[in-house]
Structure formats: structure tokens, C-alpha cells
Ligand binder design. Sequence first.
Ligand code: TMP
Length: 212
Amino acid sequence: MKALFITLEGIDGSGKSTQAKRIAQWLEDFTGRRTICTFEPGGWEGGKTLREFILGSKSYNALSELLLFLADRSEHVEKIIMPALNSGHNIICERYNDSTLAYQSGGHNLEIAHVKRIITACNFPEPDAKILLDLTPETAFERMKSRKNLNDKFENDKFESEGLALMKNVAKFYRDSSENFIAVNCDKLSEHEVFNEIISRLEAMIKQCQSR
Ligand code: TMP
């Protein structure tokens, strides 16, 4: 079986980083392949500067925003994702094309067909599996507030500063497309239960691929 490319999606505060580390450890044991955790935007050498620009600047328009995320992805695919897969390593990537659809279209109202066309033209590799951590925006928002010790509105980055209104639109977009994912509703589950649910479904998917 070839190295696996798995993406992890969800609104801000849905627990992606924690689950990514745990899934990577499990996948490494299960497949016997080295497994690399990475993220977008900025998960490549030199990507920190672009990440800071994208998340720090509030003055560019929605199309520029889309193109900036795709530029970041282009570097990430070329410098990290493809070399790792070609060397036989699995990849767990926090955020990928579905974040662009959910935030730039679902959140910032770019026409979905237009965003899909541009993403398709980029010819980025397709993930083998996509995991969605589905959490209500209110719960995610509360978690983030307590983590960052802020009151009602975040001042940190471009997206967080838009607060609950953006999160609601993004969450709805993800939920409406949940049939494309291994989607786990995290609202009533502990971190460990979410992890168990993910790996039992991933394991079934991997075994099914192997039997083909
Ligand atoms: P992070 O904090 O999960 O690393 O993500 C940074 C922010 O960037 C998050 O609010 C989601 C946003 N984002 C997009 O709007 N479009 C994208 O394509 C990606 C990858 C992230």
C-alpha cells in the first residue's frame, strides 16, 4: 500500500492540532511508515513569513486572499507534501483545499464554482482521506476564548477577529459537505473518544483500500 495523504479540517478551535499528533502516531504504528504532520498556511520552509502576512494583514480583497492561500499551498505541495509522499512517508495535513472552500467561499462569499475552478486549475494532489472535526461554532468559540483569555472578540488574526459570525458560516459550509469526509461530531465526545472514532474509521478505510 502506498504512502497516505490525509487532511484534517474543521473550524478554528475544533482541536485539529491535538488530533493530528495522535493520528500521526497511530498511523506510523499501523502502516509502519514514517508519518509527517504539517499544516497550512505556512507549513514549509520560509512559509512563516507568508503565514504572518496572510493572517496579519486585513487590507487585501477576497480574491487576493484566495490567491495567497493557493500560493502558500503551491509551495507547501512542492516543498513538503510531494517529496514526503514520494519518499514513502505518510502526510497528515491540517487544512488544505477544503479550508479554502469553507473560508473563502462559505465564509467570505466568493462564488463556489469559481473557487473550485481555480483550485482544480492548480492541480494539487488529492488526499486519500479527509477528516472533518465537526464542532458547533459556539463551543469552539468558547474554547478559544478561554485558551486565549480574551473577552468576546479576538484581535489576533484576520480570521479570528471576525469572530463568531465567520465561524458560523464556515461551520455550516463544512457541515453541508460532510458526506465528503470522515466526519466526527465532537460536541459531546471527549478528545479520546474523538480519536477512537477517527482511527476506527480510518482503519476500515485503509483495510478496504488494501483489499482492492
Ligand atoms: P490555523 O490557525 O488553523 O493554522 O489557520 C489559520 C486561518 O487561516 C484559519 O482561520 C483558517 C484560515 N484559512 C483560510 O481561510 N483558507 C485556507 O485555505 C487555509 C489553509 C486557512
